[in-house]
Design a protein around this ligand. Sequence first.
Ligand SMILES: NC(=O)c1ccc[n+]([C@@H]2O[C@H](COP(=O)([O-])OP(=O)(O)OC[C@H]3O[C@@H](n4cnc5c(N)ncnc54)[C@H](OP(=O)(O)O)[C@@H]3O)[C@@H](O)[C@H]2O)c1
Length: 306
Amino acid sequence: MTLHRRAVLAGSFACSLAAGLASGRASAQGDGLIRRPIPSTGETVPAIGIGTSRRYDVAPDSDAMAPLRETVARFVALGGTVIDTAPDYGRAEEVLGRILTDTGLREKVFLCSKVAARGREAGQAQIAQSFRRLGTDRIDLIAVHNLIDPAAQLPLLRELKERKRIRYLGATTWAEGQYGDLEALMKAETLDVIQVNYAVDARRAAERILPLARDRGVAVMVNVPFGRERLFNLVRGRDLPPFAAEFDCASWPQFFLKYVLSHEAVTCPVPGTAQVRYVEDNLGAARGRLPDAATRRKMEELIDGL
Ligand SMILES: NC(=O)c1ccc[n+]([C@@H]2O[C@H](COP(=O)([O-])OP(=O)(O)OC[C@H]3O[C@@H](n4cnc5c(N)ncnc54)[C@H](OP(=O)(O)O)[C@@H]3O)[C@@H](O)[C@H]2O)c1
């Protein structure tokens, strides 16, 4: 894609998003889910995904598979598509691949994995393993995991993209100490997607990374939107504030996800989700209104005050 086309798409992305945020809905389809564009192509994805670290690391033949299969099936039935995994998540890729094959849902999922290897050959071997484990010949997105050796892995990912084995490439981090390197990479390279940590109590990505992503036309997946158990511990035993109803928020997980999603640069948070009831709750964050700027500040103040 030319820089011009990218800039035009990024511009139209910003406009449609601004309009969508004002109305509280960005491109809701029949399932009622807010959708967000990937600026490099304009393709839209439902604005809440699933992360698979830790909870999908189970024995693929064990009873632990059943709830995960039900979780993925329910997620897709409700209109979700984006699922994030990685070769570093133990058996998660294999488990997810098995679920997608058993349920026949591969074609309905926007499948995201990563590469965490040093050197081209190690990267090639790990990516080949991801295709095998995921049981597919096409992975929608592969991102350089935690910025490990992008100089070797990005050229590899570009070749895979040219050969249509992957559709998007990118880079991830969840460590503030890597933000400077991520920023430099985003300026030096053309990335489709970044994945970064961002939460109502961990907002540093909003200082430079998210604005840069918006300016460069890079989609943003958000990892660790709950800070794992951190935010839940903070609000344990507390009721939602009455103003949560003003943006159609019915639970604390929705409060945390709607905060993340209402940042104009954010495409799709991927909360770790391994239970059907969590799918139903979390996808609720991609429905209805989103908080405006003033409400976002109230949300920050409330959380900062705990
Ligand atoms: N560098 C990277 O690329 C990187 C780094 C970290 C994470 N990630 C990705 O980002 C994803 C999300 O991060 P994360 O899983 O570490 O942390 P997270 O999304 O902040 O928190 C996940 C935990 O929240 C709980 N949860 C989820 N939905 C809930 C709900 N509706 N109600 C109550 N509890 C709920 C679950 O706890 P229980 O399961 O314990 O009940 C789950 O384990 C990962 O799965 C992974 O795909 C990427």
